[in-house]
Design a protein around this ligand. Structure first.
Ligand SMILES: [Zn+2]
Ligand SMILES: [Zn+2]
Length: 150
């Protein structure tokens, strides 16, 4: 009986997503920057996030699809990265006039613990877990893109 206690205690602590994910935070990001204050989700238009540090991010649907962080799309494990169609000459979000091909749509978005959103796409893809760290990191606003390019 007593022998079980340490294991159970450890398992319970892991259930608090915050403390587990904190170790993944890049050192240059404060938790204010990666904690969403408010999230507005539109399956057809994308996701908007107000961060606790006052920053605002607006992610188009296609942009989010391009930045799917799963191993397949990101090109980990030796696979080819998925081409990022929304990255044009100047890395601006996709031109709305050129995207009437197979349009990406979000079918479902669900929160994963306190630290991420899982997006299910209309092509059936659902492996991407978009952590708030990742989302803040890929913020498409000119200010953040300029920083990322350094
Ligand atoms: Zn993916
Ligand atoms: Zn930004």
């Amino acid at each position: 009986m007593l022998g079980h206690a340490p294991y159970l205690r450890r398992a319970r602590r892991r259930a608090f997503g915050k403390s587990v994910t904190a170790s993944y935070k890049p050192p240059y990001m404060s938790s204010q920057q990666t904690d969403p204050e408010h999230i507005a989700i539109s399956k057809s238009r994308g996701i908007e996030i107000d961060w606790k540090d006052g920053h605002h991010s607006s992610y188009g649907v296609e942009y989010l699809r391009d930045y799917c962080p799963c191993a397949t799309c990101a090109g980990s494990h030796g696979t080819e990265p998925r081409p990022k169609r929304s990255l044009g000459q100047n890395a601006a979000p996709a031109n709305p006039f050129q995207m009437y091909k197979a349009k990406d749509r979000m079918v479902d978005i669900e929160p994963v613990g306190q630290y991420a959103l899982k997006i299910v796409w209309n092509d059936g893809h659902s492996a991407g877990i978009y952590s708030y760290d990742h989302l803040r990191h890929i913020c498409p606003c000119p200010e953040c893109r300029a920083k990322a390019a350094v």
